[in-house]
Design a binder for this molecule. Structure first.
Ligand code: MN
Ligand code: MN
Length: 347
């Protein structure tokens, strides 16, 4: 019984991939469940990358409405919160995103402006974002960007209170431009993280979440992600998420646990994001990272059309353009440590 239910759901999703909104002919789908993977078209890298970035922005916009609420308060107010209605403590218009998506776009803009990796351009891009008077900015991010503005230093000193979500939440653009080069990914991730957050757990989470994203972007399975997580848990047992400890603060350990717990028990993008944000706490950030993983896993085709309609159109357009441009950057990503602008011969 359970098996056939799962198969029906799988077939429904395969139909959407295959046929869009056209109703399937009955005979076409009278196939054994085990053949689904033969008949469903494979997702392209672009499907997965765009799914990850739009899923991220949607998770941010959905979660922002209930950020800092408890799960019980969310139930009392929304029953289940599943639409991009805006509001929340930031009093956002429907579909608007917050610092999570904006900082990711700022990192992506710096990668595109440098056509490679230039840490100073990343820091400058964060400064430009902070000067744009964003609706929200985390304390550790503000402190780090201010330090860069005043002193020019590109790395914060190690600090016990720097294990917030701020570095891990903005790293998707780097995962997109360093595919197939895990060493470069880790190095650049830690560098961008340390502009504001210098803490071993923040570093470990930033790398782990990016690695999982890259596994999925390259067509890896949930089982492949499981293996990666199991290995990471040997070194970072605090990320253990089964059973879920139940914390949803802005502490990166809570966020890793919440996101992984929801991601591994979901079988589609919508249920993954809805599950995470309805747990409350740092709901926009956890929702965004969950959307990143689920989008890379299930592809842009699995994003509910109502969410694509509800997301801020200006942000959706920037995400689409940035995804295309980031995927088109040279590989391996050129390193431009000596400053900018890029030399014309490299452009
Ligand atoms: Mn936010
Ligand atoms: Mn947040």
């Amino acid at each position: 019984m359970r098996h056939s239910e799962t198969c029906a759901r799988q077939r429904a999703r395969a139909q959407r991939h295959f046929l869009g909104s056209r109703p399937p002919s009955a005979s076409r789908w009278r196939i054994p469940c085990s053949q689904r993977f033969v008949t469903a078209p494979a997702l392209t890298l672009h499907d997965r990358a765009l799914g990850a970035y739009l899923g991220f922005a949607i998770g941010d916009a959905l979660g922002a409405t209930v950020e800092f609420m408890t799960a019980a308060e969310i139930v009392a107010t929304h029953k289940v919160h599943r639409n991009l209605t805006g509001g929340g403590w930031l009093r956002l218009k429907p579909g608007r995103v917050t610092d999570d998506t904006q900082m990711s776009l700022a990192l992506g803009d710096a990668l595109l402006a440098a056509r490679g990796w230039d840490l100073r351009m990343v820091a400058d891009s964060f400064v430009g974002w902070m000067r744009s008077r964003p609706p929200d900015i985390g304390n550790t991010c503000r402190r780090g960007i201010r330090r860069y503005m005043l002193e020019g230093s590109l790395a914060a000193a190690p600090a016990d209170d720097s294990a917030g979500n701020g570095a891990a939440m903005r790293n998707l653009p780097l995962a997109l431009v360093t595919l197939g080069n895990p060493t470069l990914f880790a190095r650049c991730s830690v560098e961008q993280a340390h502009i504001t957050h210098n803490h071993p757990l923040s570093d470990a989470a930033t790398i782990l979440l990016g690695q999982l994203t890259q596994i999925l972007l390259l067509g890896g399975s949930l089982a492949d992600c499981r293996r990666c997580v199991t290995e990471s848990l040997i070194h970072y047992p605090r990320f253990r998420f089964e059973p879920w400890p139940g914390n949803t603060s802005g502490y990166i350990v809570d966020t890793v646990q919440t996101v992984l717990h929801a991601f591994f028990r979901a079988d589609n993008l919508e249920s993954c994001i809805v599950d995470v944000v309805n747990r409350g706490g740092d709901a926009d950030t956890a929702g965004a990272i969950a959307g990143q993983l689920a989008g890379a896993c299930y592809g842009v085709q699995d994003i509910p059309p109502r969410w694509l309609k509800q997301l801020d159109p200006g942000i959706a357009e920037r995400v689409r353009r940035q995804t295309d441009a980031l995927l088109a950057l040279p590989s391996p990503l050129p390193l431009r440590e000596s400053g900018y602008p890029p030399r014309p011969t490299d452009a």
